[in-house]
Design a protein around this ligand. Structure first.
Ligand SMILES: C[S@@+](CC[C@H](N)C(=O)[O-])C[C@H]1O[C@@H](n2cnc3c(N)ncnc32)[C@H](O)[C@@H]1O
Length: 244
């Protein structure tokens, strides 16, 4: 399903390279990836920082397997563990670099980023470390009609705006070192890459009703949030001696 994707989100290789450069400059020895999936960014950080060791936690065995195979192929298997476990109340950390890309839901009961999730990230990072938070934000507030076309039960409360996300990070013990948001081409590459293999298969198997309905439904949803749902990448610096 995801053979066309390098990252499991709207992230170009060019932006990833810049992010990895910034994060590597802080010379992390330990990297913890919350809801790592197949951990492409984690592996790129380990390639850039030979003394670093990484831990990725996720519940999805298929994605973890892709991460382990990729680590093996790149000679990184001895420096990274892809663990099948929940990130909620994780015993791993604190780490010098914490990655949390599209995965704050792993740190609290809510689907949108909460003070609880951000405070968890603050506890999981060492005082001199960094957090890279990748989080969906509203690029503009959706109308009720637009929300009705998105995912089932979509609500404005599912995401914050970029200013509100930054405020939440600051209130949770961080300063934003770098703030950036995914571009429309990054979204288009991601959304196309998610569906491309199945679209090509469906064209050759046009009687597969279930697949056609699923792809048509997803396309309609994506067209409803295209240009409205954004993705913020925040490089966060922990404030020293911060207490919740
Ligand atoms: C949108 S994906 C992002 C994956 C990865 N961070 C990336 O950017 O490629 C969200 C991930 O969070 C994981 N996840 C959700 N709840 C989790 C939990 N409680 N503990 C660990 N991982 C969780 C999912 O399995 C999924 O792989």
């Amino acid at each position: 399903m995801t053979t066309r994707l390098t990252f499991h989100g709207p992230l170009s290789s060019a932006r990833a390279d810049t992010i990895v450069g910034r994060l590597s400059a802080n010379r992390p020895h330990t990297v913890l990836d919350i809801g790592c999936g197949w951990g492409e960014l984690l592996l790129r950080v380990l390639e850039a920082v030979p003394e670093a060791r990484g831990t990725g936690v996720d519940l999805n065995e298929t994605d973890l397997g892709r991460g382990r195979r990729s680590a093996e192929e790149r000679g990184l298997a001895g420096r990274v563990a892809f663990l099948a476990e929940s990130a909620r109340d994780t015993a791993h950390g604190p780490a010098d670099l914490v990655l949390c890309l599209g995965a704050t839901q792993a740190l609290s009961d809510a689907d949108c980023p909460t003070p609880e999730a951000l405070r968890s990230l603050r506890r999981l990072v060492t005082d001199h470390g960094r957090v890279l938070l990748g989080e969906g934000v509203w690029d503009r507030r959706p109308t009720p009609a637009e929300l009705a076309g998105m995912w089932p039960g979509a609500a404005e409360s599912d995401h914050l705006t970029l200013p509100a996300l930054l405020d939440l990070a600051v209130e949770s013990g961080f300063r934003p070192e770098w703030t950036e948001t995914a571009t429309l081409p990054e979204w288009e590459e991601f959304e196309s890459g998610c569906q491309a293999d199945q679209e090509v298969w469906l064209a050759a198997n046009p009687d597969a009703v279930e697949v056609r309905e699923r792809l048509d439904r997803h396309r309609a949803q994506w067209m409803s949030y295209r240009g409205i749902l954004g993705m913020a990448y925040l490089t966060l610096v922990p404030v020293r001696d911060w207490t919740a």
